[in-house]
Design a protein around this ligand. Structure first.
Ligand code: PLP
Length: 462
């Protein structure tokens, strides 16, 4: 018997037994998935029907003919046609823990049996408090002061909240800096930050953003100089009008382009001199470098005013310093995340921090090195077909067919048919194909097999 009814419920032996049985059943069925498999011919028609229905109801076809069956095993996911694929894109960087991970499923059950479907600002259970503490403590462990954590349900919303916090603090400044070719999300606000014309076609203008060229590792000093010059020019053009700088420190949607500490510091110095808030958008890179937060990897701890995370964290969040606390009324949400999500988030973040993934000798670096050396070997054999790889940690990208967009798309489709999920990034003439690894469940031999399939697929295309 616990002091609260809930404590009694969570410790009820029937519940423990039920969970044990669910996890046993999961283990047994998931274990049937042992590698790539073609679809079952008997399911072909019904699967195609389902895909067609899906396309009709959602107003357009899916990128891949992918409808999950609801189960997987580590890096393998089963689709509803009975086929099994290597999931090396993980829903664009979400399934860090692969598919049907028992720890994640158990965490989700713990959340799902609570009284709330969705937590929200008038309705937060104790799990939320635990999660906020974990995120805040980990974020501040090397001296950052972004101790306040505000949850939300998408990366775009986490970014919107970051922009609101910064605009309010810096009012009446109403411009923002962002990097060329950055991605910030698809809300009406973020569509004007994301540096891609097609993503805001026909939308009314909402924000004024000045773009700074991103770091170029082939021209370290030159790219610092040109970024600094561009920034100073805009500040001179609009004195006192820049509220913040959204820094996507690793450009995921653009194809895993990696920044540099000295480069960031040169720009941050100008921010600090001009009362411009530093906002690190690591919705995609969270948990994918050798540190939990990418700003920690780049050692920008002391400079971060606001940070956004998402994807791997399952729940999205905006972190901010005391100095950037919004006034009452600026932010509130009916939904901050489902109870199952919040519980899974805690499990995943805790596992990343304690499971041997981080650090120079951690699993993330180990997997990256293996993937990189395999792709380099393929590139040496087929230099006209594959260049790279690029990226960092659990974000790996390559150029196929010299960045030609239709050919890159064709490659991803063929790779999918051959059993590997990847995705396009960037755009002509620097289209890339990228992978966001299910770090928790990937082993070197999986990477070797995937690289074998990449090479085979390249050979199939002229
Ligand atoms: C850097 C970055 N910011 C924001 C977002 C938007 O996140 P969401 O798609 O969850 O709204 C993304 C999504 O890819 C992203 O990569």
């Amino acid at each position: 018997m616990g002091k609260t009814a809930a404590e009694g419920f969570y410790n009820d032996l029937r519940l423990k037994e039920a969970k044990k049985l669910i996890l046993e059943a999961l283990k047994e069925h998931s274990a049937k998935i042992t590698g790539i498999k073609k679809g079952d011919p008997e399911l072909k028609d019904s699967y195609e029907e389902l895909l067609k229905k899906m396309a009709d109801y959602r107003g357009g076809a899916l990128f891949y003919n992918y409808l999950g069956s609801g189960i997987g095993n580590g890096p393998w996911v089963e689709l509803a046609d009975g086929s099994v694929k290597y999931d090396f894109i993980t829903g664009i960087g979400v399934h860090y823990m692969g598919h049907s991970h028992p720890g994640v499923v158990e965490a989700q059950i713990n959340g799902a049996i609570s009284n709330t479907v969705m937590n929200g600002h008038l309705q937060q259970n104790t799990d939320t408090a635990k999660l906020l503490e974990l995120i805040s403590t980990e974020a501040c462990k090397y001296g950052a002061i972004v101790k306040n954590v505000f949850l939300s349900t998408s990366g775009a919303m986490a970014n919107e909240n970051a922009f609101k916090i910064i605009y309010q603090k810096r009012a009446p400044a109403n411009r923002f800096f962002a990097f060329e070719k950055c991605f910030a999300g698809r809300t009406l606000g973020m569509a004007w930050v994301t540096d891609k014309a097609a993503y805001r076609q026909g939308l009314p203008k909402t924000l004024d953003v000045d773009y700074i060229p991103f770091y170029d590792e082939k021209d370290h000093q030159g790219s610092i100089n040109s970024a600094v010059t561009a920034m100073k020019k805009q500040i001179a053009r609009f004195p006192g009008m820049h509220a913040g700088f959204v820094m996507e420190v690793i450009q995921g949607e653009n194809g895993s382009w990696v920044g540099n500490t000295e480069y960031f510091e040169a720009l941050i110095k100008i921010c600090k001199e001009n009362n411009i808030s530093v906002f690190i958008d690591e919705v995609q890179s969270f948990g994918r470098t050798t540190e939990l937060f990418a700003f920690q990897y780049f050692k920008l701890d002391k400079h971060a005013d606001v940070v956004a995370i998402g994807k791997n964290s399952q729940v999205c969040a905006t972190l901010f310093t005391d100095d950037h606390k919004p006034k009452p009324g600026l932010m509130s949400q009916t939904f901050t995340g489902s109870a199952a999500q919040i519980s899974a988030s805690h499990f995943i973040i805790k596992s990343i921090v304690t499971g041997g993934y981080l650090g120079e000798n951690g699993k993330i670096q180990r997997l990256h090195s293996r993937f990189k050396s395999n792709l380099e070997k393929i590139s040496l054999k087929h230099p006209e077909k594959l260049k790279g790889p690029y990226g960092i940690g659990g974000m790996v990208a390559m150029t196929v067919f010299n960045g030609d967009e239709p050919k890159s798309k064709n490659f991803t489709m063929k790779l999918f048919e051959n059993g590997v999920l990847s995705f396009m990034a960037g755009g002509h003439p620097t289209t890339r194909v990228r992978f966001l690894l299910p770090v928790m469940v990937t082993e070197e031999h999986h990477i070797d097999e995937v690289c074998g399939i990449i090479e085979k697929t390249l050979q199939e295309i002229d």
